[in-house]
Ligand binder design. Structure first.
Ligand code: PLP
Ligand code: COI
Length: 355
């Protein structure tokens, strides 16, 4: 793939890496590439970071034809930068594209776009503890017509943002509200795809939770509101009476790469992980009788995030006395260790980038 490069004429000052939040600061450049049904993907380019001009009838503005990914570049102690399982994100992006009738990108081209862009912007990868360069590839339908149909034109973009922790709590336990009114997704819908519309539909419940002091909501299934699904921006895992359990991938939850990695680490170390249906009744009983030992969320932005309190139908349930549990801490140490290069990567998950 030929990627043209136009450098910015006014590079920005790099931020102080101790004050980074999440997704507020962007690097100097972005990657863009266009698609037309007759031409395929064309005009791959790295250009100065700038607003995107868009036709007022563009498909994405009216019908929400948009998918995205989230992954990070990590700076190792030796100064080099590496990605974590980028092919997993590329494959998931193509699955999301298939669901929304957006064009897929050949895997090798998507990887070349990503690595070329991150190598170009790598000086923006912060080095303070727990910081990284968050990468946000996104792809949207861009036909200039109001008809509803699979698109003929699309745009793929990658932007990058130096970030600290996603939650203000950092690694400290977060409080999560179990949502029993709105639902996020149903089987047969777009739950397994990482599309903007899923997040738009989540906002009302998320806002209610935040107003009551909770970080995010834990979704129940869209049909019976009975089975645990996932949290707003992460998958969820529990340790109940010694059993590690996480909702199985049913089509309505996002197949998280952090979830998959946690399961692989645990299984590799001899733990049994049950991917199964977990009902709210079972969880409620475990919260009431004290057998819920640990709860944690896992996601790229949130990393491994202990859940210190669950709120359901007017009752506050502390989890592990609001403390981080042993398995949660172990997963956090192992994954962040591999991601930042502090722990040997025996899984082959990291991809070093050229200096
Ligand atoms: N579930 C939702 C709804 C998410 O937004 C995310 C974040 O990407 C995840 C789960 C975790 O996925 P991953 O571990 O691939 O980041
Ligand atoms: C991520 O973890 O990468 C996400 O996409 C979560 C997000 C919606 C901020």
């Amino acid at each position: 793939m030929n990627i043209s490069i136009t450098r910015t004429t006014c590079p920005k000052e790099k931020p102080d890496s101790s004050t980074l939040g999440f997704g507020k600061i962007f690097t100097d450049h972005m990657f863009m590439m266009d698609y037309n049904v007759d031409k395929g993907w064309y005009n791959a380019r790295i250009i100065p970071f700038a607003n995107i001009s868009i036709h007022p009838a563009s498909t994405v503005l009216h019908y929400g034809s948009e998918i995205f990914e989230g992954l990070k570049a990590y700076r190792r102690a030796d100064g080099t930068v590496q990605l974590f399982r980028p092919m997993e994100n590329i494959r998931r992006m193509n699955n999301s594209a298939e669901r929304l009738c957006l064009p897929q990108i050949p895997e090798e081209d998507a990887l070349e776009a990503l690595t070329t862009f991150v190598e170009f912007e790598q000086d923006w990868t912060p080095s303070a503890n727990g910081t990284s360069l968050y990468l946000r590839p996104f792809l949207y339908g861009n036909d200039e017509t109001l008809g509803v149909h699979a698109v003929h034109n699309a745009t793929f973009v990658i932007i990058a943002s130096p970030v600290g922790s996603y939650y203000k709590e950092g690694i400290n336990p977060v409080k999560i509200m179990i949502e029993d009114q709105d639902v996020r997704a149903v089987r047969g819908g777009t739950g397994y795809a990482k599309c903007g519309g899923n997040y738009a539909a989540s906002n009302r419940a998320g806002k209610r939770a935040e107003e009551q002091g909770y970080s995010q909501v834990l979704w129940l299934d869209g049909v019976e509101r009975k089975y645990i699904e996932e949290v707003g921006a992460m998958n969820v895992m529990f340790k109940i009476a010694g059993e590690i359990v996480t909702p199985m991938l049913s089509g309505s939850i996002l197949p998280g790469i952090t979830r998959k990695s946690c399961i692989e680490v645990l299984k590799n170390e001899g733990y049994t992980v049950h991917e199964r249906l977990l009902s709210i009744d079972e969880l409620k009983e475990a919260m009431e009788n004290g057998t819920l030992e640990e709860a944690w969320g896992c996601g790229t932005a949130a990393v491994v995030s202990p859940i210190g309190e669950l709120f359901y139908q007017g009752v506050h349930y502390p989890v592990n006395n609001g403390q981080i549990g042993e398995i949660t801490q172990h997963l956090y140490d192992t994954l962040t260790g591999i991601q930042w290069g502090r722990v040997e990567d025996t899984y082959g998950w990291t991809m070093p980038l050229k200096k």
